[in-house]
Design a binder for this molecule. Structure first.
Ligand code: 6OG
Length: 159
C-alpha cells in the first residue's frame, strides 16, 4: 500500500523555449527539471506551484495565468511513498530567472532539452507535455503514445 504525497511542478514557456532549473541540492540534485515542491498546510496546489516557482527562480506568475498540464505518479523501488506530481505551465510571468539556493535557471530550446541530465521518465512524458501545451512554434506532433500517464484535468487543481 502506497502513501501518496502531493507535489507541484511548473514549466515556464517563452516563444519556443522552456525554462528549466538545475537542482543544486536534495532530491534530484544535479538534474534539470521544472520548479516545484511540496504543498504547505492551508495552501492550494496552484498556490504552492506559484510559491515554489518564486522561491526557486524569482519569477512571479498569477494563479489565474497557470494551466494544468498533467498528473504524474512515481514510486521508487523499496519506498512506500507515491509521489503525486501535478504539472502546470505558464507563458505569462514577471521577473528575470535568477539563481537561488535551490536552482540554477536556464532557458532551453524545446528541441534541445537535456534529457541526459534529467529524470529518466521525463523523456517519455515531455514530448506529450509539449504537444498538449505547444506554446509558440514548439513541440513536434507525436505519432505514438505508450505512456500510462493521466493528462486529464483534475477538478481539485483548478481552485
Ligand atoms: P522537492 O523535494 O524539491 O520536490 N519530481 C520529479 N520531476 C520529474 N521531472 N521527474 C520525476 O521523476 C520526479 N519526481 C519528483 C516533483 C521534488 C520536485 O521533484 C519533482 C517536485 O517538483 C521521478 O521539494
Amino acid at each position: 500500500m502506497f502513501q501518496k504525497k502531493l507535489f507541484t511542478l511548473i514549466f515556464i514557456r517563452h516563444d519556443s523555449q522552456i525554462l528549466l532549473g538545475l537542482k543544486k541540492r536534495g532530491f534530484g540534485q544535479n538534474k534539470w527539471n521544472g520548479f516545484g515542491g511540496k504543498i504547505e498546510p492551508n495552501e492550494s496546489v496552484i498556490e504552492a506551484a506559484v510559491r515554489e516557482l518564486r522561491e526557486e527562480s524569482c519569477l512571479t506568475v498569477k494563479t489565474t495565468d497557470i494551466k494544468h498540464i498533467g498528473h504524474l505518479e512515481f514510486t521508487f523501488e523499496g519506498d512506500s511513498t507515491m509521489m503525486d506530481v501535478r504539472v502546470f505551465s505558464s507563458s505569462i510571468f514577471e521577473g528575470t530567472p535568477t539563481e537561488t539556493e535551490e536552482m540554477i535557471p536556464k532557458w532551453f530550446d524545446c528541441d534541445k532539452i537535456p534529457f541526459y541530465d534529467m529524470w529518466p521518465d521525463d523523456s517519455f512524458w515531455f514530448p506529450y507535455m509539449l504537444q498538449v501545451d505547444p506554446g509558440k512554434a514548439c513541440g513536434e506532433p507525436l505519432h505514438a503514445q505508450h505512456v500510462m500517464i493521466d493528462f486529464s484535468p483534475r477538478p481539485e487543481d483548478t481552485d
